[in-house]
Design a protein around this ligand. Structure first.
Ligand code: SF4
Length: 345
C-alpha cells in the first residue's frame, strides 16, 4: 500500500550571513533525511534539542521549502504543488505546536478559533456552531466554554483547544511538535491520553516530534532517532526500546528517568550543526568511537536481522541493558489514575 507520507533525501540548510549580507556558512538543520509513514501509523521522531527534528516536521508539511529532496503525500508530489493547491492540500495535514498560544489567536474566542478552519474549507456549512461543540466535547471540554477567550484557560486546556482546532479540518495526518513538553507532568499525562485515544478512534496518522522517550513509548508504533540533521536509527518502537542498536539511542534511553543507565550516558552538548563533526557525527560523544568513525560517515543499514542503524560497529557492540519495565509500569499507572480522575470530573 502507498505510504501516506514519503520523504526522500530531504535537505535544509539555513544560510548564515555576514553584516554585509554575504553567505559565510550554513546551519545544516536537516541533512539527507528519508522516511515514510503508513496510514494509521504513529511515527515518533526523537532526539535532543538542536538535532533538526522540528525543522524536519515543518519540511514534511512544506511549511518551509527544502533545499533538495522529494516529498510525496498520498502519492502526490507535494513539492510540485503551486501555492493554491498546496493550501487546499493542507486541509489534510495539521500541526500541533508545543506552545498552544502559537496556534491560538488571543483576539479570537475559542469558538472563532475552531470555526476558522471550518469556514476556510467550507466544512459543515450551516452547522458550524454544532461542529465546534462536537469538537470541544471530543477533546474533553464543555461546549459552553466556546464563548471564552484563550487566556481564560490553563495550559492543558489551551492544548486541548489547539487539538480541537487541528481536528476541525478533518486531517489525515497530524504532526505534534513537542505537544506536551510545555505542560505540567500531571497535565502531560492527560493530553497524551487524549492524543492516544484520538489517534485510535479517528484512525489518524500521527508524527510525534519529541525528546521525551517516556511519552514516545506510550503512543509510537515506530521511532526514528535523529542526531545532527540525520536519522541514525529507525524501527518499530518495541524493537528500539528493547534492543537499541545505535550508541546515541542507547544513551537517550539510559537517560530516561527511572532507567538508571550508567553504561552509555550522554556527555556534553550536541555539536554545532554549522560545523558538524567529520565521519560519524556522533563520534565526539560516543564511548565506542575509533579511527574509522572519525573518517567515514556510517550508512543507515541493518547489520543483521532487525531494524537499521547508522553505526560502523553495531554488530560488535554488547547487547543494550534491558529497560526497567517497572518504571514504565509506574508511569502507566499514573496515567491511568489521571485519566480516570479526568473522565470522572
Ligand atoms: Fe560510535 Fe563509531 Fe558507531 Fe558512530 S560509528 S556511533 S562513533 S561506534
Amino acid at each position: 500500500m502507498t505510504p501516506l507520507l514519503e520523504a526522500d533525501d530531504l535537505v535544509k540548510h539555513f544560510p548564515i550571513r555576514s553584516a554585509l549580507g554575504r553567505r559565510v556558512g550554513a546551519v545544516r538543520a536537516v541533512d539527507g533525511v528519508s522516511l515514510s509513514v503508513a496510514r494509521g501509523e504513529t511515527l515518533a521522531i526523537v532526539g535532543e534539542s538542536g538535532c533538526g527534528k522540528s525543522t524536519l516536521g515543518r519540511l514534511l508539511l512544506r511549511l518551509i521549502e527544502p533545499d533538495s529532496g522529494r516529498l510525496r503525500f498520498e502519492g502526490e508530489d507535494l513539492l510540485a504543488l503551486p501555492p493554491a493547491a498546496l493550501r487546499a492540500r493542507r486541509r489534510a495535514m495539521q500541526l500541533i505546536f508545543q506552545d498552544p498560544f502559537a496556534s491560538l489567536d488571543p483576539r479570537m474566542t475559542v469558538e472563532a478559533a475552531i470555526m476558522e478552519p471550518l469556514k476556510l474549507h467550507g466544512l459543515h456549512r450551516g452547522r458550524e456552531r454544532a461542529r465546534v461543540a462536537e469538537l470541544l466535547a471530543r477533546v474533553g471540554l464543555r461546549p459552553e466554554l466556546a464563548r471564552r477567550w484563550p487566556h481564560e484557560f490553563s495550559g492543558g486546556q489551551r492544548q486541548r483547544i489547539a487539538i480541537a482546532r487541528a481536528l476541525a479540518s478533518e486531517p489525515r495526518l497530524i504532526i505534534g511538535d513537542e505537544p506536551v513538553s510545555a505542560l505540567d507532568v500531571s497535565v502531560q499525562a492527560q493530553v497524551v491520553n487524549l492524543l492516544a485515544g484520538l489517534i485510535r478512534e479517528l484512525g489518524l496518522t500521527f508524527i510525534l516530534i519529541s525528546h521525551d522517550l517516556g511519552v514516545v513509548r506510550q503512543i509510537a508504533d515506530r521511532v526514528a532517532v535523529m542526531y545532527l540533521g540525520r536519522i541514525v536509527e529507525e524501527g518499530p518502537a518495541e524493537a528500539i526500546f528493547r534492543a537499541p542498536r545505535h550508541p546515541y539511542t542507547r544513551a537517550l534511553l539510559a537517560a530516561v528517568p527511572g532507567q538508571g543507565g550508567k553504561v552509555e550516558v550522554l556527555e556534553g552538548d550536541v555539536p554545532s550543526p554549522v560545523n558538524p563533526p567529520s565521519g560519524c557525527r556522533f563520534h565526539t560523544r560516543c564511548p565506542h568511537a575509533e579511527a574509522r568513525c572519525r573518517a567515514e560517515a556510517p550508512a543507515l543499514r541493518a547489520g543483521g536481522p532487525g531494524h537499521p542503524a547508522a553505526c560502523h560497529l553495531q554488530e560488535a557492540l554488547p547487547p543494550a541493558p534491558p529497560l526497567r519495565e517497572r518504571a514504565s509500569d509506574a508511569r502507566l499507572e499514573r496515567l491511568q489514575a489521571f485519566f480516570t480522575r479526568e473522565t470522572a470530573a
